[in-house]
Design a protein around this ligand. Structure first.
Ligand code: AMP
Ligand code: MG
Length: 326
């Protein structure tokens, strides 16, 4: 698959449209106050809207492909959700002409649960808590063939493009193709450049990134590991697969996700890691679980055989796995 293949063009176009919809909804929330409200309707509208757009455009171009996606329309069809459904329909219609709310529901339901030989994995909004807080979130889309990720796209609408200009332009698109490298573009899909992981060789120089949510990973275990490896730099807490993006472009060295002690048996979803993992790997990084096993995208939505996540610049991977064993 190359940069100009229909899969890449369609996926980029769909993910960008979905990200513009999400930003429109996020910006429409009046001020920071309502972003913090427990009312989850904004994220719901954005989730459904983004999934409808991406599923519709992928299905139209690749009618034989399966799409494994996080949402379905069941809730949305409930009579007491009709206002939300109306809003979703209105937002989607600004991007793709819609004849009815029913049609939007049918696009959302192009998403299914079945893993096939060739399928797309979609998280329409990864990092919903970050989205509501006004922090990081990502539209994550990957194409998987025979268990191997061939194409990954992350749109991170609220991520600074350049760490040296943290108040500069926001919005990044990460793209990776199997065997062809990883790239960053701006949020419109222009100004493409290759990205590479950091060349840090000493664990003590490493910077860790981890979830912003204390319930999503064992931050205490991460701190203990940092001490073992003499890592003194503060860790970067960030929502969503944006963590894979900042690692792939060399800003951090390690992404750690030891399962939280409150939920030690938690199993990761394929759509939470498929796109991010190829972006890190094609930039020169390595991705396994915390026991050194490769991530299994071949069998189920839940990665039952894996435990947590470890992403590194490759160089430090074995040293970190060893420290995790102790
Ligand atoms: P992050 O922003 O890195 O915390 O990742 C967000 C993702 O964490 C969501 O898409 C959820 O699928 C996932 N998640 C939800 N609960 C947990 C949990 N207890 N442990 C690990 N991940 C979780
Ligand atoms: Mg997610």
């Amino acid at each position: 698959m190359d940069q100009n293949s229909p899969e890449v063009m369609t996926a980029i176009q769909a993910a960008i449209k979905a990200s513009v919809l999400c930003e429109k909804i996020r910006m429409g929330l009046a001020g920071g106050e309502s972003l913090l409200k427990s009312d989850r309707s904004p994220v719901t509208i954005a989730d459904y809207g983004a999934q409808a757009i991406i599923c519709k455009l992928i299905r139209e171009r690749f009618p034989n492909d399966t799409i494994v996606a996080e949402e379905d329309s069941r809730e949305l069809r409930r009579p007491d959700r009709s206002k939300i459904l109306g809003q979703v329909t209105g937002y989607v219609n600004a991007f793709i002409p819609v004849s009815s709310s029913e049609e939007v529901c049918s696009w959302i339901d192009f998403g299914s649960n079945s893993i096939t030989d060739r399928f797309w994995a979609l998280d329409p909004i990864d990092g919903t808590k970050g989205f509501l807080r006004g922090d990081q979130y990502a539209i994550a889309l990957a194409l998987i063939e025979k268990g191997e990720v061939k194409l990954g796209i992350l749109v991170c609408p609220n991520l600074y493009a350049d760490i040296h200009h943290p108040f500069g332009e926001r919005g990044c698109l990460f793209l990776a193709l199997k065997g062809k490298g990883s790239f960053q573009m701006d949020r419109r899909g222009a100004n493409k450049r290759s990205i590479f992981v950091s060349k840090v060789t000493s664990p003590s120089e490493a910077v860790i990134t981890e979830s912003a949510e204390p319930d999503h990973a064992d931050h205490l275990a991460h701190r203990r590991l940092a001490q073992k490896l003499n890592i003194s730099k503060p860790s970067l807490r960030m929502d969503s697969q944006a963590k894979y993006g900042v690692l792939a472009r060399g800003e951090v060295t390690l992404y750690l996700r030891v399962p939280s002690s409150a939920e030690p048996g938690y199993k990761e979803n394929i759509w939470d890691h498929a796109a991010g993992s190829i972006i890190a790997e094609e930039a020169g990084g390595r991705v396994t679980d915390v026991r050194g096993r490769r991530l299994d995208f071949s069998s189920r939505i839940k990665m039952e055989e894996n435990h947590g996540i470890l992403v590194s610049n490759g160089i430090l991977h074995e040293a970190v796995l060893k420290a995790l064993e102790m």
